[in-house]
Design a protein around this ligand. Structure first.
Ligand code: CO
Length: 139
């Protein structure tokens, strides 16, 4: 088991500007980064909370997973992300155990990470993200 920690909690929001202000008030610190992830159709902002982060997610178009989530759910917790040492090893381990991965190969995520999601049908309705710091090339 190469699971290291809860890296971040993802929160689906409708209006990221308004939510940035709310979380700025609640956490007493502003977002350190805002980033669009084209492949996921999301605009994100990140807040540091000690060794962990809060990721706010707003859909950038109607087919975005966040738009779909907000059709069925209210704004709120969308996923929990665990940092792992070797993401492909973890994906393989879970597939071996019979779990369904939304991504069987890691893909680029926000905040310099490669990521993969576990299907929530296999994890009590909780969308689980595995993430790993993007390996640096040629160093
Ligand atoms: Co995330």
């Amino acid at each position: 088991m190469s699971l290291k920690r809860i890296e971040h909690i993802g929160i689906a929001v409708k209006d990221i500007e308004a939510s940035n202000k709310i979380f700025n008030d609640v956490l007493g610190t502003g977002a350190y980064k805002s980033e669009i992830v084209e492949s996921e159709g999301v605009l994100t902002s990140f807040f540091q909370v000690g060794p962990n982060k809060i990721e706010l997610l707003q859909a950038t178009h109607a087919a975005s997973p966040i738009a779909k989530f907000l059709e069925k759910n209210k704004e709120g917790i969308h996923h929990i992300a665990f940092e792992v040492e070797n993401i492909q090893d973890e994906i393989n381990r879970l597939i071996q155990l019979g779990y369904t991965m939304i991504h069987e190969k890691p893909k680029d995520g926000a905040d310099n990470k490669i990521i993969a999601f576990l299907h929530p049908k296999d994890s009590n309705g909780v969308l689980v993200e595995l993430c790993q710091e993007k390996p640096t090339m040629g160093v």
